[in-house]
Design a protein around this ligand. Structure first.
Ligand SMILES: Nc1ncnc2c1ncn2[C@@H]1O[C@H](COP(=O)(O)OP(=O)(O)OP(=O)(O)O)[C@@H](O)[C@H]1O
Ligand SMILES: [Mg+2]
Length: 502
């Protein structure tokens, strides 16, 4: 007979206006991976936060190793051997790497924090994982993918029996994913149980022993992986069949909107030359850490650069901070949305509206009706799941927060829209809507730049793709020449080394 590490029975949880979990029961076997799938807002993170003691259920029971437990807070969860990697990377920018790794579980000596031991353990962990950071580096100087790797490291190093991973791979590279999966295999063989949440179907089918599908707060089905196909999981998740392709529109491409010449930074990228035209969607492919995000950050004025020039609609612009960028007609959806995209304690209307006040202010008055209907329309188009526009963004599920940020930039009248990983954390059903929206924006004459780590979406949606390798443009491909293989060869530097003409 299987022994269950963790069992939840008949869990209910409501938030004002939302029934987040509706009589949920699940079992996790010892030494196995249970994957939870479901659309944005289905209740996945809420259930995990209940198991981690962050939220209390309205009713229902939790058993750990067959024993009924009351998990009142995360510290108690830790004591029961539960550890969690959160979907939203919550870190304090000023903290150092070692502080962040040991925060909440400081080793002590004579009643004081034992800093020597903190340092030596940190060095040991970093070396074990061959992570190239110093223990005293501040979190704000790390990239999103570095921070995610540290979170994984932290959760795994606690030596918990039950490890919850809420979208742990949203920001890390394929190589790091493979490494994580190797680790998960190791954890399994040591009898640990893992609950894994992801929107990436290939990943789910690679790592799962069992799969549970959640929809609208209910468990729809749980089966061993082998008894599911990807299509079945998707249709159970969204409750309908999906149009799976990319809604690419073929538009007349206009004149050059943004031209970048000879852009170089100190370390991250060198001599970047590219352009994007009105009505065009231009992709940036490349491995994680190749410098794509850094290029976009420099263009948007978030980072400084050493040399280079930019023109917008033929006019030379000089951009020193995001304010200059917005004034010049550039908007950017950032990869690290918690830091740059949203004001969590404000509601949806305010988050979308603040960036777009000119749409709703006429003759010194705020036209609330126009504001409500415009923002309402964009939110329903992107299927933002929320009780109302007055819902605080903090209360939304991870994927729905992303849709709100996207909505904010979509409404603004920028000529050039830079989207860094626009569909990260977005469920399969809503992705299609976002692609359609991108097509509409291009049709309105905007110029779109899309950075993405998902090759199928770049290939499906772009007119041209630049491939970045180690901070340089390794190649430029026209739509007719797109192929995953070609892009990967350029991204890994293989073609250049082999001297293949581009
Ligand atoms: N603190 C909160 N206050 C109010 N409502 C909340 C809160 N946390 C979650 N909700 C609501 O509960 C529902 C389930 O959210 P949850 O975060 O569990 O979804 P999810 O399945 O993790 O989605 P995603 O894939 O987008 O991360 C959503 O409707 C969400 O708005
Ligand atoms: Mg979630």
């Amino acid at each position: 007979m299987d022994s269950y590490r963790l069992e939840v029975r008949n869990i209910n949880k409501s938030f004002p206006g939302v029934r987040a979990l509706d009589n949920v029961s699940l079992k996790v076997r010892q030494g196995s991976v249970l994957v939870l799938c479901g659309e944005n807002g289905a209740g996945k993170s809420t259930l995990m936060k209940i198991i981690d003691g962050v939220y209390q259920p309205d009713d229902g029971e939790i058993f750990v190793d067959g024993e009924k437990v009351n998990i009142r807070n995360p510290i108690q969860a830790r004591m029961l051997g539960i550890s969690m990697i959160f979907q939203e990377l919550n870190y304090i920018p000023e903290m150092t790497v070692e502080e962040s790794l040991f925060c909440g579980r400081w080793p002590t000596k004579n009643g004081h924090i034992d800093w020597k031991s903190v340092r030596s353990h940190t060095l040991e962990l970093l070396e074990q994982e061959s992570l190239p950071y110093s223990p005293t580096m501040q979190m704000k100087d790390l990239s999103v993918s570095d921070i995610q790797m540290l979170e994984i490291l932290k959760a795994i190093s606690i030596d918990a029996g039950i490890i919850i991973m809420d979208e742990p791979t949203s920001a890390i590279s394929e190589r790091e994913v493979t490494r994580l999966f190797g680790k998960i295999e190791g954890l399994k063989s040591r009898g640990k149980s893992i609950i894994y949440i992801s929107h990436k179907m290939e990943e789910i089918f690679r790592i799962a022993d069992d799969i549970s599908v959640l929809r609208d707060g209910k468990v729809i089905d749980t089966r061993p992986r082998a008894d599911f196909t990807i299509e079945e999981v998707i249709s159970l998740m969204v409750g309908r069949k999906l149009e799976s392709n990319f809604p690419k529109r073929h538009l007349t491409i206009g004149e050059e909107a943004l031209v970048v010449k000879g852009l170089s930074s100190e370390k991250a990228f060198k001599n970047i030359n590219f352009s994007v035209r009105t009505g065009e969607i231009v992709g940036f492919a490349g491995l994680m850490g190749s410098g794509r995000t850094e290029i976009m950050r420099a263009i948007f004025g978030l980072d400084s650069y050493l040399s280079g020039e930019m023109t917008i609609s033929g006019k030379r612009v000089s951009i020193h901070d995001p304010k200059d960028a917005i004034k010049s007609g550039i908007a950017m959806l950032s990869e690290d949305r918690r830091r740059f995209g949203i004001i969590p304690i404000r509601n949806i209307r305010e988050n979308v509206g603040l960036a777009n006040l000119r749409l709703f202010f006429h003759g010194g008055h705020l036209h609330s009706a126009v504001e409500n209907s415009t923002i309402g329309k964009i939110c329903s188009r992107m299927e933002v799941k929320a009780p109302s526009l007055s819902t605080t963004v903090e209360e939304l599920s991870g994927g729905n927060q992303q849709k709100v940020v996207l909505g904010k930039w979509v409404l603004c009248d920028a000529k050039v829209l830079i989207l860094d990983e626009p569909t990260r954390g977005i469920d399969v059903g809503a992705k299609y809507e976002i692609y359609k929206l991108m097509g509409d924006l291009a049709a309105e004459g905007k110029a779109l730049v899309m950075v993405s780590s998902e090759l199928p979406e770049l290939i499906g949606m772009c007119d041209r793709i630049y491939v970045i390798c180690k901070g340089e443009i390794a190649g430029e491909l026209q739509r007719e020449a797109f192929s995953q293989e070609k892009i990967m060869r350029l991204a890994t530097g293989y073609e250049k080394r082999m001297g293949v003409p581009q």
